[in-house]
Ligand binder design. Structure first.
Ligand code: CMP
Length: 138
């Protein structure tokens, strides 16, 4: 089933100059880039995006980090996009990420882990709508 997912190249990867290499991996893995932009978000905008994590002890740190510099939010499309992107990203903690995955190659810690990917269909729908308008997704 052709499916869409949402992803963000996070501030650490952008700062380190790894955005191009990460995008190349994503395209090589067969994803179509439906939409992409380079933006900076405010702390409240990051809090809104990560609202499901509001009660977690790392919430403040996470939102501070995500609003610390430019990011590349994007919408990706392929068969089984959600599961396949998560596989390509690797585990949340780069120390536990499988060799060759994006987080193993480009992330430095569980907090600064280079890339985000939606964890399910409902989440993907919310996250796509949070960053992109309908006219940007045609
Ligand atoms: P992401 O896939 O963007 O979704 C939630 C994020 O919270 C996750 O990636 C991590 O970057 C972050 N996160 C998860 N656990 C921790 C933690 N223990 N400390 C700091 N950040 C965390």
């Amino acid at each position: 089933m052709l499916q869409r997912t949402f992803s963000i190249i996070k501030p650490d990867a952008v700062k380190n100059g790894d955005a191009g290499a990460i995008l190349a991996e994503i395209v090589k893995a067969g994803f179509k880039i439906v939409s992409i932009k380079r933006i900076s978000i405010s702390r409240p905008q990051a809090e809104g995006f990560y609202h499901v994590h509001a009660a977690r002890p790392f919430f403040g740190e996470l939102c501070e980090f995500m609003s610390s510099g430019p990011i590349f939010p994007m919408v990706l499309e392929k068969e089984n996009a959600i599961a396949d992107l998560r596989k390509l990203m690797g585990a949340t903690d780069p120390a536990a990420a499988e060799k060759g995955t994006i987080r193993q190659r480009f992330a430095t810690s569980i907090g600064e882990n280079a890339i985000h990917g939606s964890d399910g269909e409902e989440t993907a729908a919310f996250e796509i709508g949070y960053f992109f308008a309908g006219v940007e997704l045609m």
